[in-house]
Design a protein around this ligand. Structure first.
Ligand code: BTN
Length: 269
């Protein structure tokens, strides 16, 4: 599809954004279908690792499990291209993308206390602040390129949002006492994505495991786990995140389990 590029995003010229983010290619759009879709096309056209795509709003924003991602103006919609040579994209990819962003947001907005909710949600005060959507395109033998898309709620969740979103989501505006510039959020997301995905590895090292442990929202909480989108969920306790990105979960009945896919809901806060 044809997408019209914008010269500015969040009050900054594309050239200024490019300088701000270390000279990497930056593609900005006003309204776009999905920054992940745009980034994928750019990756297919040969754009390098580190290329960033941002948009003011999305008409068909995509979330996990085929869900739509509500994308009105004022939110952060950003995708980055990676070219992970010889690597299989694993559950650790989403976990590390979300971990890097959580750490960067924690550094930028001290009172936010963001946490990672396995596998790829960013939460604050137990509510969803944002999410990560990695989409890989594979060739015959290995991953050709990986697009990692990030959505962060910056403005208050409006009354026009569906009721379940309103109940479960939060935004930077609701959690912080000061006004937040969209570009500050983008700075944190760009740095956070690069922190672990620049040189990806199949297993987390000791320092990364320590960070996972510190920011893990599910650890020690009563959760229900199951396949993405399913209602049939198993109750138990979140135990931690394994070096390969799997969720460690102790069901109420039975032995410790490792979940490589699916999602978890916290029972009560
Ligand atoms: C989730 O379901 O939690 C993941 C949401 C990811 C949304 C972002 S917004 C930018 C990028 N473009 C998309 O269409 N989706 C991702």
């Amino acid at each position: 599809m044809s997408r019209r590029r914008a010269r500015q995003w969040a009050g900054h010229s594309v050239e200024a954004l490019r300088r701000r983010w270390g000279g990497r290619p930056v593609y900005a759009y006003g309204r776009v279908d999905s920054t992940n879709a745009a980034a994928r096309e750019l990756a297919e056209a040969g754009k390098p690792q580190g290329t960033v795509v941002v948009a003011r709003e999305q008409s068909s924003g995509r979330g996990r499990g085929e869900r739509a991602w509500l994308s009105p103006p004022g939110g952060l919609y950003l995708s980055m291209i990676f070219r992970p040579r010889g690597m299989v994209v694993s559950p650790l990819t989403s976990v590390l993308a979300a971990l890097g962003i959580v750490q960067a947001l924690d550094g930028a907005f001290a009172e936010l206390r963001p946490r990672l909710k396995w596998p790829n949600d960013i939460v604050a005060a137990g509510r969803k602040l944002g999410g990560v959507l990695p989409e890989a395109t594979s060739g015959e033998a290995e991953v050709r390129h990986l697009v990692v898309g990030v959505g962060i709620n910056v403005k208050p969740i409006g009354a026009r949002a569906p009721a379940d979103v309103g109940r479960r989501a939060t935004s930077l505006a609701e959690r912080l006492d000061r006004r937040v510039e969209l570009v500050e959020v983008a700075d944190a997301v760009v740095a956070g994505l690069e922190r672990y995905l620049d040189r990806p590895s199949a297993t987390a090292d000791a320092a990364t495991l320590e960070a996972l442990d510190r920011y893990d929202w599910l650890k020690g909480r009563r959760v229900r786990v199951g396949p993405e989108g399913s209602w049939d969920r198993t109750p138990g306790l979140g135990v931690g995140i394994a070096p390969d990105g799997a969720l460690l979960f102790r069901p109420d009945r039975g032995a410790l389990r490792r979940l490589s896919s699916g999602s978890a809901e916290v029972e009560t806060e």
